[in-house]
Design a binder for this molecule. Structure first.
Ligand code: NDP
Length: 308
């Protein structure tokens, strides 16, 4: 049996970075400074530190200044809210984008901290104003992982219009925004570029009664549950596009939510972990940071902010 086409997120992210580098260079020449991203990193979780490092390195590659602000694990909710507000007020070296790396320590009220990020600097797209705009079909900052998945589908030429997409996971940062994006009114008119909407979307979660029954009906199956090996070959419709968002550490190795080796023999397309959605999440963050910088300086109008 033939194997699924690999959805190579690393290759696509490199391609996106190349075009962003040119756009950032134009911005820097016109404005006289680089776009700037400030990342708040609380505590010393190795996974968070490595994600932040990857983001900073990618920013440097495209010419975006990334500043990491390390904060002690013991910081309170009030400390973090004040810190974010202080970063937002900084005028001499303004932050175009502000990101608080998740997860925050369990005793911190993460919602209060994320809500302190001004919506026009919220490059993660987690602020309720940005979530609301996305839900109304006029997104400003699309959460990076959801945008990355959509971009991956578009790049591979996987039609979403009229297809059935099943998303396993309903978090505010991945499952929910992706469902909104895939169900949004797309530009599926003849001669217009597809923007990856117009799908019929099912959202599954831990209370779904017949997960396998739902996933088997998917033309596009996105696994974002954080459960290694959750999606097995018998849960996949032959020829489906399977996108694995899951990032789990098992015996020191990074694995997704999809049983990759078995599912690749059934699916039409499959994304690997690592090297799939992860690099695209970072690329979309850079794209959002440039967008934030351009919006702040009025170099791009809000209505033109929507980009797939
Ligand atoms: P959350 O834990 O916030 O959400 C997980 C979702 O999966 C929940 O909706 C949960 O249901 C659902 N779920 C859990 N177990 C099952 C199950 N057995 N069957 C069906 N649904 C289930 O995780 P996130 O959304 O933050 O992240 C999901 C995964 O994606 C993680 O592995 C994370 O590391 C990864 N991730 C990867 C990124 C990347 O760049 N590649 C970026 C962000 C996240 P319920 O709501 O009922 O609890």
């Amino acid at each position: 049996m033939s194997e699924a086409v690999l959805l190579d997120g690393r290759r696509l992210a490199t391609h996106i970075e190349e075009s962003l580098r040119a756009e950032v260079a134009t911005f820097t020449t016109m404005v006289g400074r680089r776009p700037r991203l400030v990342v708040v990193l609380v505590g010393d979780l190795p996974a968070s530190a490595s994600y932040v490092k990857a983001k900073a390195q990618a920013a440097a590659r495209v010419g975006i200044d990334a500043v990491v602000v390390p904060v002690a694990e013991t910081a309170s909710t009030a400390d973090l809210v004040q810190l974010v507000e202080r970063i937002a007020r900084e005028e001499s070296d303004p932050a175009d984008g502000i990101l608080v790396q998740l997860p925050l320590p369990a005793r911190v009220d993460a919602t209060a901290v994320l809500d302190a990020v001004p919506p026009d600097r919220d490059v993660d797209g987690f602020h309720p104003e940005n979530a609301g705009l996305l839900s109304q079909g006029r997104p400003r900052f699309i959460p990076c992982t959801a945008a990355g998945v959509q971009r991956m589908l578009i790049d591979a030429g996987i039609e979403t219009a009229g297809r059935h997409a099943v998303i396993v996971g309903r978090s505010d940062i991945v499952g929910k925004p992706l469902a909104l994006l895939l169900a949004s009114r797309g530009t599926s008119l003849p001669g217009m570029p597809a923007i990856g909407g117009d799908a019929t979307v099912t959202i599954c979660h831990s209370r779904s009664r017949d997960l396998a029954g739902e996933t088997r009906r998917a033309d596009i199956l996105v696994a974002a549950a954080g459960r290694p090996g959750l999606i097995t070959a018998d849960m996949v419709k032959p020829g489906a596009a399977v996108v694995d968002v899951g990032t789990n550490r098992v015996d020191g190795r990074l694995v997704g939510d999809v049983a990759f080796e078995a599912v690749r023999r059934v699916a039409g397309w499959i994304s690997p972990v690592p090297g799939g959605v992860g690099p695209l999440t970072v690329a979309m963050l850079l794209s959002n940071t440039l967008l934030a910088a351009e919006l702040r300086l009025g170099r791009r109008s809000f209505s033109a902010a929507t980009r797939p």
